[in-house]
Design a binder for this molecule. Structure first.
Ligand code: BGC
Length: 758
């Protein structure tokens, strides 16, 4: 149980903090921002609330309905049963619950609160709707491979349509953490390693979840998480220490949050990690000075699951009471799952350690948020059992899932144009991911159903393929006779489709890997199959960038299929048989080996870059590996053959307020229609701080029929060339800028240059 003692030290700190806060201009500013969207009745309500009722409005718990699906995704909770939870809600001890199942649960809880609670403040229902609700779309990193943010808006719209139809008001998504280290398992939940892609997908997903009217019964509130730099964990170990410069925070980790907020995202979640010694949940600089005073974020900050209580384990709070005080004073408005605010806020206020104004401010944000999603107008607006059923897994939703999965597939290699396959080809489908509904939809889904997912064998057969299925091995271990059977099947076939990679429990929260290769048993299978001399097409199942071992690299073709979602098998078949040309591009680099991690294409040159050509001594390179990626960010082949030519820049100098237009011609000299993603990168040669070797500034997806040419066109403003300077603020400096229009971060592409003038 949390310790209720007030130490002299915490009392003094608390008093100093409280009075400094009360007198600070920051508070005045914050309050002004708060008042913007707050209906008058909210303040009247606050005036009538007891401190206990206020603490209750700041307390969110995992749903206890049916054992709670949240407990399957999180460490076990404190074990309340559902009836008890309903009683707690009616007694004003809760603001809402998350990850409970559906409209029936919401109906029971909301009815109890509206009938029996003193103030009849509706509950809010939240959930981790990360990549679909009932219809599951590709995992977010896969969807980002589409390089089509508008697609993410459409899938998030369907997720909101289904989830809001099930009584859910608020999703804990999008996850907008930049992932530069593929050992980190939550790479799966974001848009990858690049800042531009991260910003565009963050905004796109927010727009999709929230729609144009947040009070509509097909819209739900978004939550940009995890604020901040959660993906920068040392050694890729989930929850681990983060120690990054303010410049990198502002240049890499913050921009996707800013993009989400600019798109109207109503909430954010404090991350589990510390940054340079201060856990985000207790980080006043992050949650108040920056978020409120500098960015003027008017929304709600929720802790992550027991994030406030974890301040004790971090070693910055002595006990639960101190943890609660640190969290609320840093700027966490709502506490998730620890119950610490309920337990301690009344006492902390009574003892003068937390000003009541700070509690009221947090409550005001919560109530304003509830008002914004329409709960005060109609607490049951998203709760309707018939609607829940009628919106689930509609044909149009499944069609979109198939489109999204198709667009997420990245072709890394296609030697000898082995793909697309002829439907008459005899296919040996081998590997642990060939059949069975598991490992298709991917982790971090609370409400998806494996059994309605289309597996690979079904997808290929429904496309008319002649498929023999042999498992060959399990995910982590050989099966007796497995390789022999697989080799025999390969010998009797024209082509091997080898479905290998990660199972879905290998990526996601707490699923860090110290080795991001394909598990050894599957590599042995690959080796034996490649040795048959039959063409082997690897179909990778994965939630992160992988370090592919030599036998996997030796396959004739490699498709990255991620965890493709409900329509996975159909989508992969569409690409394998050529109904659709692959169009995905890697949003994360695939290194040669795990030892290169953290690896990101937009790294710095160092003072001793290794020049092209033979290795030179005393230059930045590994003894045993290339220092580039095996398959870089932005890479992805099509069934066509696209040639880039004729780069033109509208000017070679950009003055104040000016922009430059860049064009290049793309020609499909192949025999298949394709969608090419032309990418525009820049590098600032000399500046007051060192700049990445390349930064993606724009991209364009262009459809090209065989033989067709089209122009890619980009506009680059002077502001696009800004970076975070020595004073940790954006600057634009005069100088020469290299520019490439290229097919990937490592493609030579077309090169030009221009100058920024004063
Ligand atoms: C995760 C969050 C999630 C929360 C609630 C935490 O463990 O870090 O992303 O929203 O649980 O399920």
């Amino acid at each position: 149980m949390p310790d209720r003692r007030i130490t002299r030290r915490s009392a003094l700190i608390g008093m100093a903090l409280s009075s400094a806060w009360a007198a600070s201009p920051a508070r005045a500013l914050t309050s002004a921002a708060d008042k913007r969207d707050v209906p008058g009745f909210v303040n009247d309500l606050i005036a009538r609330m007891t401190i206990e009722e206020k603490a209750g409005q700041l307390t969110l718990m995992a749903s206890a309905w049916g054992g709670s699906s949240a407990t399957a995704l999180n460490p076990p909770g404190k074990g309340s049963n559902f009836d008890q939870q309903v009683a707690d809600a009616a007694a004003g001890k809760l603001t809402g619950v998350f990850n409970g199942n559906g409209a029936a649960m919401a109906q029971r809880m909301q009815s109890a609160v509206m009938a029996h609670s003193r103030l009849k403040i509706p509950l809010i229902f939240a959930a981790d709707v990360i990549h679909g609700h009932r219809t599951i779309f590709p995992v977010p990193v896969g969807e980002a491979a589409s390089f089509e943010p508008e697609l993410a808006t459409r899938t998030a719209r369907v997720a909101a349509f289904e989830a809001a139809g099930s009584g859910i008001d608020w999703t804990f998504a999008p996850m907008v953490d930049i992932a530069r280290d593929q050992r980190w398992g939550r790479s799966m939940e974001g848009a990858g390693e690049d800042v531009l892609l991260g910003r565009l997908f963050a905004a796109a997903r927010v727009r999709g979840f929230q729609g144009t009217d947040l009070a509509a019964n097909d819209a739900m509130l978004a939550c940009a998480k995890h604020f901040a730099a959660y993906g920068a964990a040392e050694a890729g170990l989930d929850y681990s220490t983060v120690d990054v410069s303010e410049r990198t925070l502002r240049e890499v980790y913050f921009p996707p949050f800013q993009a989400a907020f600019d798109a109207g995202c109503g909430t954010t979640m404090a991350s589990f990690n510390e940054i340079s010694g201060v856990p985000s949940t207790a980080n006043h600089w992050l949650l108040t000075d920056l978020l409120r005073d500098e960015w003027h974020f008017p929304g709600l900050v929720v802790s992550d699951y027991t994030g406030d209580e974890e301040l004790i384990a971090h070693g910055v709070a002595a006990d639960g009471r101190e943890a609660a005080r640190l969290a609320i004073m840093a700027g966490v408005d709502m506490s998730m799952q620890s119950n610490l605010y309920w337990l301690h806020l009344p006492g902390l206020v009574k003892d003068g350690l937390v000003p009541i104004e700070r509690v009221d401010q947090a409550v005001r944000r919560v109530l304003a948020t509830k008002a914004m999603v329409g709960l005060f107008d109609d607490p049951f607006r998203r709760i309707d059992l018939a609607r829940e059923k009628s919106r689930s897994l509609l044909p149009a939703s499944r069609k979109l899932a198939r489109e999204a999965a198709t667009k997420s597939i990245v072709m890394l290699k296609n030697a000898g144009a082995v793909l697309p396959l002829d439907k008459a080809a005899r296919v040996a489908l081998i590997g642990p991911f060939g059949t069975g509904p598991q490992d298709v939809i991917g982790g971090w889904n609370v409400y998806g159903d494996d059994h309605v997912a289309v597996d690979l064998a079904t997808g290929l057969r429904e496309a008319g393929g002649a498929v023999t299925v042999v498992r060959g091995c399990d995910v982590h271990s050989a099966i007796p006779g497995g390789i022999d059977q697989a080799v025999a099947a390969a010998k009797g076939a024209d082509v091997v489709l080898l479905a290998i990679g990660e199972s879905q429990d290998m990526s996601g929260e707490a699923q860090s890997r110290a080795d991001i290769g394909v598990p050894a048993a599957q590599v042995a299978l690959a080796e034996a199959l490649v040795a048959t001399g039959k063409p082997v097409v690897v179909l990778l199942r994965n939630g992160r960038g992988l370090a592919l071992q030599a036998p996997v690299q030796a396959a004739a073709a490699i498709l990255v299929t991620w965890f493709p979602g409900t329509e996975g098998g159909h989508a992969i078949a569409d690409v394998v048989y050529g109904a659709v040309s692959p169009s995905g591009r890697l949003p994360v680099s695939f290194p040669y080996a795990t030892g290169q991690e953290p690896y990101h294409y937009d790294h710095k040159a160092t003072g001793r870059p290794q020049p092209d050509g033979p290795l030179q001594p005393y230059k930045a390179h590994y003894r045993d590996l290339p220092d580039a990626a095996l398959y870089p960010f932005g890479h992805g082949l099509t069934y066509g053959d696209v040639v880039y030519s004729d780069l033109r820049l509208s000017t070679t100098q950009i003055g104040a307020g000016e922009a430059i237009t860049i064009t290049a011609t793309l020609t499909n000299s192949g025999r298949h229609a394709v969608e090419e993603v032309a990418q525009m990168y820049i590098h600032t040669r000399s500046a007051s701080v060192s700049r990445p070797v390349r930064e993606l500034k724009a991209f364009q997806k262009i459809a090209l029929a065989p033989g067709q040419s089209a122009q890619a066109q980009f506009r680059l403003t002077r502001a696009d060339c800004a970076f975070i300077g020595q004073a940790n603020r954006p600057v634009v400096e005069p100088g020469t800028i290299d520019l490439w229009v290229a097919a990937s971060a490592q493609d030579a592409g077309l090169h030009g240059q221009f100058t920024i003038i004063t």
